[in-house]
Design a protein around this ligand. Structure first.
Ligand code: SF4
Ligand code: SF4
Length: 469
């Protein structure tokens, strides 16, 4: 398989996991301390930076994407990023666009940083989990003091300099039952772009991908696979959010958003992603998409991983100082990573919401269905939210776009086949007889969709390579 070069973006860790904060739910620092234990973490060398930019520009046409993260990426210093900009200009192809994004804790921002970000049109993501009494439970300095005051000061500087920014909030037990309060707090700060990330992490420190939790840690049923069902062996970190709590958070957030603002006024990434599926467009959110995003993670020393949730020894694709991007994305592990999201459990294959979440994130597939196949730990939360939001989501698509929303269950070929078999046997006919006679039991039946047509779920792939597989 050859991956389109235009699909490859870079997620860069110029100082590795080094950070001026000690957030207690930071999985990346914990994993990196194991993976690179005993080694000094240094900033990208000039040689590595040049290599990253030249490869990034070569494989990012028409738009090269560089996302700078950490740790805390501001620790690399302003001169480092000025050099990166010069290199981007040097290696740009005619007509090529470049996007740069920063994910920062915001505490080191000053006027000079904000002027630089504004002048060069960089997009900034700031982490803030809600009001100070929530944020300060997890986001702390090494001395244990909460970081919210410093984060809010950074945020107001971004606003003063009119830098494009969004807020990333981690959903944990600290705020999972306070969605309306979190939403209103952020909105009243003037935040118009929000994204929410569930905190899901195992306690078992490992430098290799730990895979699903062992069966003895689970109740036999997946009817309510909340974290509390999995925690007896202390296998999930205490800051992990349960499926129930996450489902409730999304439902409450949705209700508040719909009632008080809605689309067009405040952008909530998860909701806009879901609405785009109802409108028949591709999902812009990797966790709910049919495939993982191609964002190569480059660590401080040039080591490359397929995604920041797969930065383990056993997922290392190579090193950018030695390997070019084409070699990295053709690595057998990269192929395995690509296919991993599509290894659906029987529960997912028969699920009416498959088109909305595509089995969730492989990293979160720590639960198992009755056949022992990994299922996203947050599955029941997703199901609750999708059922809760379905009616309003359809109304929004009809009202704002003037089109008929898709029906999620009608996009799952396994469900349609099951319904069709039931209908046929009720009529005393076999499916084959019906096919021979050319009758279609349901006008949205996927058997009408050519295998080579674009998949109606909006993934941009052929139907046979997507929902029709
Ligand atoms: S593993 Fe999860 S976070 Fe990484 S690209 Fe896939 S869906 Fe996204
Ligand atoms: S909601 Fe998503 S994770 Fe859960 S069964 Fe359905 S497709 Fe699978």
């Amino acid at each position: 398989m050859v991956i389109s070069k235009a699909n490859v973006g870079f997620l860069l860790k110029p100082v590795g996991a080094v950070c001026n904060l000690r957030c207690d739910y930071c999985y990346y620092r914990r994993v990196m301390e194991k993976v690179y234990s005993g080694r000094t973490i240094e900033r990208f060398s000039p040689e590595l930076l040049e290599r990253i930019v030249s490869e990034g520009m070569k494989h990012g046409y028409p738009t090269a994407q560089f996302s700078w993260q950490g740790g805390e990426p501001l620790l690399a210093g302003k001169d480092f990023y000025r050099e990166a900009l010069l290199l981007q200009k040097q290696f740009a192809m005619p007509g090529q666009n470049v996007t740069n994004a920063f994910q920062t804790n915001g505490t080191l921002l000053d006027d000079q940083w904000c002027a630089f970000l504004r002048e060069n049109n960089w997009l900034v993501g700031i982490s803030l989990d809600g009001p100070p009494e929530i944020t300060d439970q997890h986001r702390i300095f090494p001395d244990g003091c909460g970081a919210s005051e410093a984060i809010l000061s950074g945020l107001s500087l971004l606003q003063k300099h009119r830098v494009d920014y969004n807020i990333l909030s981690v959903v944990s037990p600290a705020n999972a039952d306070r969605a309306p309060e979190v939403y209103r707090y952020l909105r009243d700060l003037g935040v118009a772009w929000m994204q929410f990330i569930p905190s899901v992490e195992r306690t078992a420190d490992s430098d290799s991908d730990p895979g699903p939790l062992p069966p003895q840690s689970r109740k036999p049923s997946l009817d309510n696979p909340g974290a509390e069902n999995l925690i007896p062996g202390k296998l999930l970190a205490a800051h992990s959010v349960s499926a129930d709590a996450y489902g409730e958070f999304l439902c409450d957030l949705w209700d508040t958003w719909i009632e008080e603002d809605g689309p067009g006024r405040v952008f909530v990434r998860d909701f806009e992603a879901m609405l785009s599926v109802y409108a028949g467009h591709p999902l812009p959110l990797c966790v709910w998409s049919p495939t993982c995003a191609w964002q190569l993670l480059v660590e401080h020393n040039g080591d490359v991983y397929p995604c920041d949730h797969h930065a383990y020894h056993n997922w290392r694709l190579g090193n950018l100082l030695r390997d070019d991007v084409q070699t990295l994305i053709e690595h057998p592990l990269a192929q395995q990573f690509e296919g991993r999201k599509r290894l659906y459990s029987a529960k997912c294959r028969g699920c009416e919401w498959l088109v909305l979440c595509h089995g969730g994130c492989p990293k979160h597939r720590m639960a198992q269905d009755e056949n022992g196949t990994p299922v996203d730990l947050l599955c029941e939360g997703y199901r609750r939210f999708f059922a809760h939001s379905r009616k309003k989501a359809g109304e929004i698509v009809r009202r704002l776009l003037g089109i008929q929303p898709i029906e999620p269950a009608a996009m799952n070929p396994n469900i349609l086949e099951r319904q069709s078999v039931r209908r046929q046997s009720a009529q005393g006919k076999t499916l084959q007889q019906d096919a021979r006679s050319g009758k279609i039991a349901n006008k949205r039946d996927v058997s009408r969709i050519s295998r080579n047509s674009p998949c109606p779920c909006g993934s941009g792939r052929k139907f046979k390579q997507c929902c029709g597989r």
